[in-house]
Design a binder for this molecule. Structure first.
Ligand code: FMN
Length: 190
C-alpha cells in the first residue's frame, strides 16, 4: 500500500468512546512496535511511552482536570476521558544528557532531536491506531499536569512529558480537510 493511502485517514478525532474494534493487546503491540521502529538521533533510544487503559484512563483525566484547579472545561476533559485509553509520550532526559556529554559539538541539538523523534512516534501511532479503526487526537496539558501524571504512573523524574493522545472508538468523523494550494508549500528543484 502507498504510505499516503495509509495515513490519509489519520485525523484529529475528538468524538471517541470506550468501545474499540480490536483488543487491548493489539493496541499495545502497535504502540510497542512503533516505539521500537521509529528512528532516533544517534540511535539513542530516548523515547518512552505509557499506555493508560481501564481505570487508569479515568484516573488520568480526573487528575488532569484537578491539576488545572477548575480552569479547564469539565466537558472538554470528559470528552477525552470518554475514550478507551491515552498514550503518554515522554523522552528520557538522562539519555539526552549523556549523549550531550559524549558529543559536545552537537550538545545543543539533542533535546530538539529527542522531541523530533517523539513527534515521529506520535504520528506513527496516530496513523496506526486509525488503521486499526481507532480515533485519536493530540493534547498538550503538560507541563501543568507533569507532577500529577508522574505520581499516578510512577514515572521516573528524568522523563519529560511531551504529549497526551486520548484514543477510542470513533463516534463521529471530522469534516473533510479544506483544499489548499499545496504547491505553495512544496518546491521541486532540478
Ligand atoms: C505538534 C502538534 C501539536 C498539536 N497540539 C494539539 C493540541 O494541543 N490540542 C488539539 O486538540 N490538537 C492539537 N494538534 C492537532 C492539530 O490541531 C491538527 O493535527 C491539525 O489541525 C490538522 O487536523 P488533522 O489532525 O485532522 O489533520 C496538534 C498537532 C501537532 C502536530
Amino acid at each position: 500500500m502507498n504510505i499516503n493511502e495509509l495515513i490519509k485517514d489519520r485525523r484529529t478525532i475528538y468524538a471517541i468512546t470506550k468501545d474499540i474494534p480490536v483488543s487491548d493487546e493489539e493496541v499495545v503491540k502497535l504502540i510497542t512496535d512503533a516505539t521500537e521502529l521509529v528512528p532516533d538521533a544517534f540511535n539513542m533510544k530516548s523515547q518512552r511511552v505509557y499506555i493508560a487503559l481501564g481505570e487508569k484512563q479515568d484516573q488520568l483525566w480526573d487528575a488532569i482536570y484537578d491539576a488545572f484547579g477548575g480552569k479547564v472545561a469539565r466537558e472538554k476533559i470528559d470528552s477525552f476521558k470518554a475514550g478507551h485509553g491515552t498514550v503518554l509520550y515522554y523522552y528520557d532526559k538522562a539519555i539526552v544528557e549523556s549523549l550531550q556529554e559524549q558529543f559536545p559539538l552537537y550538545a545543543a541539538n539533542f533535546p530538539t532531536w529527542a522531541q523530533q523523534s517523539n513527534g515521529m512516534l506520535q504520528f506513527t501511532v496516530w496513523a496506526g491506531l486509525r488503521n486499526l479503526g481507532i480515533g485519536a487526537s493530540l493534547q498538550h496539558y503538560n507541563p501543568i499536569i507533569d507532577d500529577a501524571v508522574k505520581a499516578l504512573f510512577n514515572v521516573p523524574d528524568n522523563y519529560v512529558l511531551v504529549a497526551q493522545m486520548p484514543f477510542g472508538g470513533i463516534a463521529e468523523l471530522p469534516a473533510e480537510k479544506e483544499k489548499e494550494d499545496i504547491s505553495l508549500r512544496v518546491t521541486v528543484a532540478k
